[in-house]
Design a protein around this ligand. Sequence first.
Ligand code: ATP
Ligand code: MG
Length: 350
Amino acid sequence: MITLKNVSKAFYSASASAVHAVRDVSLSVKQGEIFGVIGRSGAGKSTLIRLINLLTTPDAGEVIVDGRDLTRLDAPQLRAARREIGMIFQHFNLMSSRTVFDNVALPLELIGRPRDEIRAELDKLLALVGLTAEAGRYPQQLSGGQKQRVGIARALASQPKVLLSDEATSALDPETTRSILELLQRINQELGLTIVLITHQMQVVKQICDRVAVMDAGRIVESGDVLSVFRAPQSEVTRTLIGDVISLELPESVRQRVRRRIEDRNGNGHPDHLLHLLFIGDDVDRPLLSEAVKRFGIDFNILHGQIDEVQGQGFASLTLLANGSREALDGALTLLREHNVTVEEINHVL
Ligand SMILES: Nc1ncnc2c1ncn2[C@@H]1O[C@H](COP(=O)(O)OP(=O)(O)OP(=O)(O)O)[C@@H](O)[C@H]1O
Ligand SMILES: [Mg+2]
């Protein structure tokens, strides 16, 4: 649905050196998916999303949406192409002098749709976003979540094929964020709309994205389906961002406890092995650890961990201390690995 090929954009100013906001980015978004772009502040996310509807013109590269290279269109063609691409923003960008109804109606007025058609269309749109009762209110009389619902309805008014979302939930509290993300997911499923959303919150990616690209300093440093990226993050930026929602690092207090325990044992008995385990999907529900205990006589002591859901699948990150002979431990590790548990021995972090 959307393909960017080697797209770059730099900003030049007289006083400072050039800022290469987007560097040689290629990516492809499939029809009907929710594609997330995540990165820290200044990574180039907003610039990238504005390149998709050519609000920003690239210095180099191709921007292909629904089969057409937008960089090759003349002004009227580009205006028509942009109607197929809706956009929502962090600060909603509503017109304060217009009611909810008139804000949503604006794109339809601009293309000269008759009033009765607009009314019929608006009835549907306002019902879809749950704002039928607020049609006559003004933006300053709405909550943040309601304002974003207006933004979404307005973006949908021209029946786009693609919806671009630039930090649409960043100004909202966690509960409102969840409800807006649920609305986006419903729109994606019911209308088959392709959604590209950019965010600095892994929580957003975790909740609704099918695939994700991680941006850092203008480049895409890794991308893939969300579960794979969570399972095996390739870059430090990605690890840090995932760490916001699932704790991958062992807290210092836990490390100290383990160090003390190892000192206390002072070489007696079998050595302790610090293990990090990632369970994904159905394996979260299997009694694999108790099976390892029974079969290999290993002792496990859970130190730290979290169980969550990513893309509707169970996802558990556990750090534990295992005690047993080397052979018993190897047997247990093989059992776990045979069931697709990612196991790492991490004594080196102590
Ligand atoms: N119109 C512009 N003129 C000059 N520099 C710009 C312009 N737009 C963006 N930049 C610069 O490009 C870089 C990337 O900015 P961009 O807004 O794309 O980042 P971002 O990932 O969206 O950040 P944030 O999470 O803070 O919104 C920044 O260094 C920014 O200062
Ligand atoms: Mg931005």
